[in-house]
Design a binder for this molecule. Structure first.
Ligand code: IMP
Ligand code: MG
Length: 180
Protein backbone atom coordinates (compact mmCIF):
# COMPACT_ATOMS: atom_id res chain seq x y z
CA UNK A 1 0.00 0.00 0.00
CA UNK A 2 2.69 2.50 1.02
CA UNK A 3 4.43 2.22 -2.33
CA UNK A 4 1.27 3.51 -4.05
CA UNK A 5 1.48 6.83 -2.20
CA UNK A 6 3.45 9.58 -3.93
CA UNK A 7 3.72 11.84 -0.88
CA UNK A 8 2.26 12.29 2.58
CA UNK A 9 0.21 15.47 2.87
CA UNK A 10 -0.86 15.10 6.51
CA UNK A 11 0.94 12.64 8.79
CA UNK A 12 -1.17 10.82 11.33
CA UNK A 13 0.14 12.75 14.34
CA UNK A 14 -0.87 16.07 12.75
CA UNK A 15 -4.34 14.69 12.03
CA UNK A 16 -4.68 13.47 15.62
CA UNK A 17 -3.68 16.82 17.06
CA UNK A 18 -6.17 18.63 14.84
CA UNK A 19 -8.97 16.16 15.65
CA UNK A 20 -8.41 16.86 19.36
CA UNK A 21 -8.67 20.62 18.70
CA UNK A 22 -11.84 20.15 16.66
CA UNK A 23 -13.34 18.04 19.44
CA UNK A 24 -12.69 20.80 21.98
CA UNK A 25 -14.29 23.37 19.67
CA UNK A 26 -17.31 21.12 19.07
CA UNK A 27 -17.68 20.29 22.76
CA UNK A 28 -17.90 24.00 23.59
CA UNK A 29 -20.65 24.58 21.03
CA UNK A 30 -22.76 21.68 22.34
CA UNK A 31 -21.97 22.14 26.03
CA UNK A 32 -25.47 23.38 26.80
CA UNK A 33 -27.42 21.27 24.31
CA UNK A 34 -28.24 18.50 26.73
CA UNK A 35 -28.32 14.84 25.75
CA UNK A 36 -30.15 15.29 22.44
CA UNK A 37 -27.03 15.19 20.22
CA UNK A 38 -26.83 12.89 17.21
CA UNK A 39 -23.70 12.57 15.08
CA UNK A 40 -24.42 11.62 11.49
CA UNK A 41 -21.37 10.27 9.65
CA UNK A 42 -21.58 9.84 5.90
CA UNK A 43 -20.42 6.34 5.02
CA UNK A 44 -17.86 5.15 4.30
CA UNK A 45 -15.34 7.99 4.12
CA UNK A 46 -16.13 9.42 7.56
CA UNK A 47 -15.64 6.24 9.60
CA UNK A 48 -12.04 6.73 10.71
CA UNK A 49 -12.52 10.42 11.44
CA UNK A 50 -15.72 9.65 13.36
CA UNK A 51 -14.06 6.94 15.45
CA UNK A 52 -11.26 9.26 16.52
CA UNK A 53 -13.46 12.34 16.96
CA UNK A 54 -16.12 10.78 19.20
CA UNK A 55 -13.55 9.37 21.61
CA UNK A 56 -12.34 12.95 22.17
CA UNK A 57 -15.89 14.24 22.73
CA UNK A 58 -17.07 14.00 26.33
CA UNK A 59 -20.72 14.43 25.33
CA UNK A 60 -23.69 12.12 25.52
CA UNK A 61 -24.60 11.27 21.93
CA UNK A 62 -26.25 8.94 19.51
CA UNK A 63 -24.94 7.99 16.10
CA UNK A 64 -27.09 7.67 12.97
CA UNK A 65 -25.45 6.52 9.76
CA UNK A 66 -26.04 8.03 6.37
CA UNK A 67 -25.41 5.99 3.28
CA UNK A 68 -25.77 6.96 -0.36
CA UNK A 69 -26.84 3.95 -2.36
CA UNK A 70 -27.44 3.20 -5.99
CA UNK A 71 -31.05 3.84 -6.92
CA UNK A 72 -33.00 0.59 -6.74
CA UNK A 73 -35.09 -0.55 -9.66
CA UNK A 74 -34.70 0.39 -13.28
CA UNK A 75 -35.62 4.05 -13.27
CA UNK A 76 -32.88 5.30 -15.56
CA UNK A 77 -34.31 8.50 -17.02
CA UNK A 78 -31.83 11.32 -17.12
CA UNK A 79 -33.63 13.43 -14.53
CA UNK A 80 -34.18 10.80 -11.85
CA UNK A 81 -31.54 10.69 -9.11
CA UNK A 82 -29.24 7.75 -9.42
CA UNK A 83 -28.71 7.51 -5.69
CA UNK A 84 -30.88 7.40 -2.60
CA UNK A 85 -29.87 8.50 0.87
CA UNK A 86 -30.55 6.16 3.77
CA UNK A 87 -30.49 7.30 7.40
CA UNK A 88 -30.27 4.71 10.18
CA UNK A 89 -31.90 6.67 13.03
CA UNK A 90 -34.34 9.42 13.96
CA UNK A 91 -33.18 13.02 14.19
CA UNK A 92 -36.36 15.00 14.70
CA UNK A 93 -35.90 17.49 17.55
CA UNK A 94 -32.27 16.48 18.05
CA UNK A 95 -29.06 18.50 17.62
CA UNK A 96 -27.50 17.00 14.52
CA UNK A 97 -23.83 17.16 13.58
CA UNK A 98 -23.01 15.76 10.13
CA UNK A 99 -19.51 14.26 9.94
CA UNK A 100 -17.82 13.93 6.56
CA UNK A 101 -14.35 13.26 5.29
CA UNK A 102 -14.02 15.95 2.66
CA UNK A 103 -15.89 18.84 1.10
CA UNK A 104 -15.09 18.89 -2.59
CA UNK A 105 -17.87 19.85 -5.03
CA UNK A 106 -20.35 19.82 -2.13
CA UNK A 107 -22.91 17.74 -4.02
CA UNK A 108 -22.98 15.00 -1.41
CA UNK A 109 -23.26 17.32 1.58
CA UNK A 110 -25.85 19.53 -0.11
CA UNK A 111 -28.17 16.55 -0.51
CA UNK A 112 -27.53 15.15 2.96
CA UNK A 113 -28.08 18.56 4.58
CA UNK A 114 -31.39 18.99 2.69
CA UNK A 115 -32.57 15.51 3.68
CA UNK A 116 -31.76 16.11 7.35
CA UNK A 117 -33.19 19.65 7.42
CA UNK A 118 -36.49 18.22 6.15
CA UNK A 119 -36.62 15.96 9.22
CA UNK A 120 -36.76 18.97 11.54
CA UNK A 121 -33.72 18.63 13.79
CA UNK A 122 -33.34 21.10 16.67
CA UNK A 123 -30.14 22.28 14.97
CA UNK A 124 -28.00 21.18 12.04
CA UNK A 125 -24.24 21.61 11.80
CA UNK A 126 -21.49 20.03 9.73
CA UNK A 127 -17.88 19.07 10.42
CA UNK A 128 -15.51 18.05 7.64
CA UNK A 129 -11.95 16.91 8.13
CA UNK A 130 -10.78 18.31 4.80
CA UNK A 131 -11.93 21.06 2.49
CA UNK A 132 -10.75 21.91 -0.99
CA UNK A 133 -11.28 25.67 -0.82
CA UNK A 134 -11.00 26.33 -4.53
CA UNK A 135 -14.22 24.41 -5.09
CA UNK A 136 -16.13 24.65 -1.80
CA UNK A 137 -19.58 26.00 -2.76
CA UNK A 138 -21.05 28.91 -0.78
CA UNK A 139 -24.47 27.26 -0.42
CA UNK A 140 -23.12 24.30 1.57
CA UNK A 141 -22.36 25.63 5.05
CA UNK A 142 -19.74 23.87 7.15
CA UNK A 143 -19.25 24.84 10.79
CA UNK A 144 -15.99 23.06 11.59
CA UNK A 145 -13.08 22.32 9.21
CA UNK A 146 -9.96 20.30 10.00
CA UNK A 147 -7.68 21.31 7.15
CA UNK A 148 -7.94 23.31 3.96
CA UNK A 149 -5.99 21.48 1.29
CA UNK A 150 -5.07 22.10 -2.33
CA UNK A 151 -7.14 20.58 -5.09
CA UNK A 152 -5.35 17.23 -5.21
CA UNK A 153 -6.84 13.74 -4.90
CA UNK A 154 -5.99 12.34 -1.48
CA UNK A 155 -6.41 8.94 0.15
CA UNK A 156 -6.05 7.48 3.61
CA UNK A 157 -7.63 8.06 7.02
CA UNK A 158 -10.97 6.93 5.58
CA UNK A 159 -10.61 8.43 2.12
CA UNK A 160 -10.53 5.96 -0.72
CA UNK A 161 -9.66 5.43 -4.32
CA UNK A 162 -11.82 2.63 -5.74
CA UNK A 163 -12.59 1.65 -2.10
CA UNK A 164 -8.93 1.06 -1.30
CA UNK A 165 -6.50 2.92 1.02
CA UNK A 166 -9.10 3.84 3.67
CA UNK A 167 -6.88 2.12 6.27
CA UNK A 168 -3.73 4.06 5.32
CA UNK A 169 -3.08 5.95 8.58
CA UNK A 170 -1.89 9.20 7.01
CA UNK A 171 -3.48 11.37 4.34
CA UNK A 172 -1.47 11.13 1.17
CA UNK A 173 -1.50 11.77 -2.53
CA UNK A 174 -1.86 8.71 -4.70
CA UNK A 175 0.69 8.13 -7.46
CA UNK A 176 -0.84 9.64 -10.58
CA UNK A 177 -0.37 6.56 -12.76
CA UNK A 178 -2.61 4.53 -10.41
CA UNK A 179 -5.61 6.80 -10.97
CA UNK A 180 -6.06 6.10 -14.68
P1 IMP B 1 -18.35 16.09 -3.15
O1 IMP B 1 -19.76 15.57 -3.22
O2 IMP B 1 -17.77 16.41 -4.51
O3 IMP B 1 -18.14 17.22 -2.16
O4 IMP B 1 -17.45 14.89 -2.70
C1 IMP B 1 -17.73 14.21 -1.58
C2 IMP B 1 -17.17 12.83 -1.61
O5 IMP B 1 -16.31 12.58 -2.73
C3 IMP B 1 -16.33 12.66 -0.39
O6 IMP B 1 -17.11 12.28 0.72
C4 IMP B 1 -15.36 11.60 -0.85
O7 IMP B 1 -15.93 10.31 -0.68
C5 IMP B 1 -15.18 11.87 -2.32
N1 IMP B 1 -13.96 12.67 -2.56
C6 IMP B 1 -13.86 13.96 -2.95
N2 IMP B 1 -12.57 14.35 -3.06
C7 IMP B 1 -11.83 13.26 -2.71
C8 IMP B 1 -10.42 13.02 -2.62
O8 IMP B 1 -9.53 13.86 -2.85
N3 IMP B 1 -10.05 11.77 -2.24
C9 IMP B 1 -10.96 10.77 -1.96
N4 IMP B 1 -12.28 10.96 -2.03
C10 IMP B 1 -12.72 12.19 -2.42
MG1 MG C 1 -15.39 8.14 -1.61
Amino acid sequence: MDKDIARILLPHDRISARVRQLARQIARVYADSGPALTLVPILSGAIIFLADLIRELPLKMKIALVQMSAYPGRSQTARSPRTVIRLSGRVRGRHVLIVDDILDSGNTLRRVQAMLRARRPASLRTVVLLRKPTKAPPDVPVDFVGFDIDDVFVVGYGLDFDDHYRNFPHIGVLRAELMK
